[in-house]
Write a protein that binds this ligand. Structure first.
Ligand code: ATP
Ligand code: LTN
Length: 333
């Protein structure tokens, strides 16, 4: 809560090409808050360097992620859209919050465990304290709600614990945020292994549908998606492949699972997979068109980055100054 206004905050890493998981689980839901909340949506480039990045690619993806935010319907006049590294208050607060976060808490984070298994040659301290920087992002803006996919719930819960701990020692410093997990796009699974999250850093590009994939690629990827034994289009725990495709179809068409089961009653997997591919391609076409137009004007994107960073800094500085005062740091005017 900043003054009288409720705040929504979220972030996406420019660590790869964005997937329909990112779109359905997170970005598509961001605009629901634009009317009633003060909204901040960040391209979290500093989080991305917890795993090695190619500099030119990180730079390119930073522009692309911002353009995708806008193409997915986030109007920069109604939402503060910005790049994390352009607002140095994030890392400054992160240091202070590190001193209020326990080693044991960070050791329990499943993303840390997963990523350190995956990047066993580079288990750096940044990977370990990643959730503290994320808490800093959220708390700087006195955030009320954080729309994310379910994989980020644990991080938002840790952020709440840090805020509560800090507030207990220094009352009324931070708003304690709530994670908001969209029901429909909670967790989109990999097309190659439906027990695994669809992830933009997956090496198997056939397992992942990217927001920017062309129509033929989308249809081909769905055609090849791993399904289960049997041939019935039915949502069930022992049918993770078909269930995942049904969730995707439901997200893009707004139809319920029961409606989908009825629609494909008596039809096989082949017809169903084609239909999923078609609705996905249809839904993404307007996003892609807007995206390409936005990306063609780099100067306009840079102007947007500058405006967004200035807006964000104004809020961030206020919280940071409050925290410094509470902690006993001398601040000169
Ligand atoms: P990486 O593979 O680099 O870890 P990622 O694909 O998990 O990346 P993030 O940048 O970590 O993407 O996530 C951005 C947002 O998208 C987060 O809110 C996250 O919860 C959501 N998200 C990511 N993947 C999925 C998915 N498969 N289903 C639903 N939401 C998702
Ligand atoms: N950790 C998140 C990205 C992220 C974020 C945030 C999400 C960084 N800072 C603040 C919500 C709020 C991820 O990996 N998806």
């Amino acid at each position: 809560m900043f003054g009288e206004q409720k705040v929504s905050y979220s972030g996406v890493q420019p660590s790869g090409n964005l997937t329909i998981g990112n779109y359905l689980g997170a970005i598509r839901n961001f605009s629901t808050y634009s009317e009633k909340y003060k909204t901040f949506y960040c391209v979290v480039d500093q989080h991305a360097i917890t795993v090695r990045q190619v500099p030119a690619e990180l730079r390119r993806r930073t522009y692309e992620t911002l353009a995708l935010y806008m193409a997915c319907g986030l109007d920069p006049e109604k939402n503060t859209l910005y790049v994390q590294s352009m607002v140095p208050e994030h890392t400054e607060l992160a240091w202070m919050l590190n001193c209020f976060t326990m080693f044991g808490e960070l050791s329990r984070m499943t993303q840390f465990k997963d990523k350190s298994a995956k990047h066993s040659d580079n288990i750096n301290a940044g990977l370990f304290t990643y959730p503290v920087l994320m808490a800093s992002d959220i708390l700087l803006y006195q955030t009320d709600v954080v729309p994310v996919g379910i994989d980020q719930k644990q991080h938002v819960e840790l952020c709440r614990d840090i805020a509560e701990r800090f507030n207990q020692i220094y009352p009324d410093t931070f708003t304690v945020p709530e994670p908001i997990i969209s029901r429909s796009g909670m967790k989109i699974m990999s097309l190659a292994d439906p027990t695994k999250k669809m992830s933009k850093s997956d090496e198997n590009t056939n397992a992942v549908v990217y927001i920017l994939d062309d129509r033929d690629t989308i249809i081909r990827k769905f055609k090849r998606a791993v399904t289960d034994s049997g041939s019935e289009v039915r949502y069930a725990e022992d049918k993770p492949g078909v269930s995942n495709l049904m969730s995707i179809y439901s997200c893009f068409t707004g139809k319920t699972i029961e409606e989908i089961e009825r629609e494909f009653n008596g039809k096989g997997y082949g017809d169903f997979k084609l239909a999923v591919g078609e609705v996905t391609a249809d839904a993404l076409a307007p996003v892609q068109e807007k995206y390409h137009a936005l990306l063609a004007d780099k100067a306009a994107l840079e102007a947007q980055m500058k405006k967004g960073a200035e807006e964000a800094s104004w809020y961030a500085r206020r919280t940071l100054s409050k925290v410094k005062k509470k902690l006993g740091f001398v601040q000169l005017r």
